[in-house]
Design a protein around this ligand. Structure first.
Ligand code: NAD
Length: 364
């Protein structure tokens, strides 16, 4: 008998540009995956896709692909502005869907996609690729097992020079990865967001943004993103009272580095009995390079999508993750628009987005 895990899955890819071709090249090697269709408006993109996945049928209109009924699941790697309309139609046509980041451009659209997936019993996943990165998974495990002690601060930096996108700013293009990683490490969602942004060109699009997230319990996360920086950085630094871990995805090996603070046990309280300080500076420390699984993030991500299609369980980067990142991005945009005002986030509907100053609902 064939188990659900052995079932072959007929996949389509919508958008075969820079990222879509990477997804295609990965999917053709994922066991159990049959790439049946590729869709792109651009004939040259389709020709390139044909070289990677020669068995796949080429479409210039994804609605034609849906009408043909040859695929049961789709990965959407077209530009961000198309994510909501394309994903919604695919879900309504009964397909399982993985949408690239940013999942949607507002909370309302995100909720509509999630509701449709729930109503139709479809798998819905977002391309928060870094959560499938083996070195990040190892970092998350260090945090979960309290190897770093109590986490106080996380700092992330994601910079490069170009690609400047026409449909979203640098915040919505780059920060989804950092927000999704931060909340994964925190094990919860932020309850406050403060952000500022910069435009370096005549277009009034944000080229760089700094976002500060506050989490229940006091954890602070500082995120810096820029697509106008000559240096490429992909860094997550996690500071705890027992050590610091750094995940640097730009280095080819030893992407994860751990420094343990050996002097920790020697700390004592001051005369006021409140503020601890080290008896001697925490110079004594151990350096380690924790191991992590092999395989690329995209291989793990695509395999995860396929496994969830087969077993019908919720993806780790599913609706909850997609919605919370969209809400944080929306709050960060509002903070930037109001000159860096703190935006309080509560659970529930978008009307629960409050500014800290007046506790006013947006637009009031
Ligand atoms: N997860 C990641 O780490 C990661 C990395 C890079 C890009 N992305 C995401 O992937 C998406 C695509 O980015 P890219 O860099 O490949 O852009 P791109 O411009 O190189 O490719 C987009 C492709 O989509 C096609 N397209 C546009 N509208 C379409 C439509 N309605 N139907 C079918 N095809 C359509 C374009 O012709 C183009 O070939 C974006 O959402 C981006 O944020 C994710």
């Amino acid at each position: 008998m064939t188990s659900s895990g052995d079932r072959r899955v007929r996949i389509g890819v919508v958008g075969s540009g820079y990222w879509g071709t990477k997804l295609l090249a990965t999917l053709v090697n994922v066991p159990g995956c049959e790439v049946r269709a590729v869709c792109d408006l651009d004939a040259r993109a389709l020709a390139e896709a044909g070289r990677i996945a020669p068995e796949a049928r080429a479409y210039s209109d994804y609605q034609q692909m849906l009408a043909d009924g040859q695929v049961e699941a789709v990965l959407i790697a077209s530009p961000a502005v198309t994510h909501y309309p394309v994903a919604l139609r695919c879900l309504m046509a009964g397909l399982d869907v993985m949408v690239e980041k940013p999942f949607a451009l507002c909370e309302t659209d995100a909720r509509a996609m999630i509701r449709t997936a729930e109503e139709r019993g479809r798998v819905l996943m977002v391309g928060h690729t870094f959560l499938h990165n083996p070195a990040f998974a190892s970092l998350a495990s260090l945090v979960r097992t309290r190897k770093l002690g109590r986490i106080n601060l996380i700092r992330t930096s994601r910079t490069h020079f170009g690609l400047v996108r026409p449909d979203v700013d640098a915040l919505w293009d780059l920060a989804p990865h950092d927000i999704s990683m931060a909340s994964c490490l925190a094990g919860t969602q932020p309850d406050r967001v403060t952000a500022t942004g910069s435009c370096f060109t005549e277009s009034r699009t944000l080229d760089a943004a700094q976002v500060t997230l506050g989490y229940p319990g006091g954890l602070v996360v500082q995120i810096f993103v820029s697509w106008m920086d000559p240096k490429r950085r992909r860094i997550v630094e996690v500071y705890g009272n027992l050590g610091k871990a750094t995940f640097n995805d730009v280095t080819p090996s030893r992407k994860l580095r751990l420094v343990e603070f050996a002097a920790q046990r020697r700390w004592k309280r001051n005369s006021a009995g409140r503020l601890p300080w080290p008896v001697r500076p925490a110079l004594a420390r151990r350096l380690a390079f924790p191991p992590y699984r092999t395989g690329t993030p995209l291989e793990h991500e695509c395999a995860h999508f396929l496994a969830r299609i087969q077993d019908r369980r919720s993806p780790s980067t599913g609706a909850e993750n997609a919605l919370s990142v969209t809400r944080v991005l929306e709050a960060a945009t509002r903070s930037i628009e109001t000159g860096g005002q703190m935006i309080l986030l509560r659970g529930g509907a978008s009307s629960d987005l409050l500014t800290a100053a007046g506790n006013q609902a947006p637009g009031q």
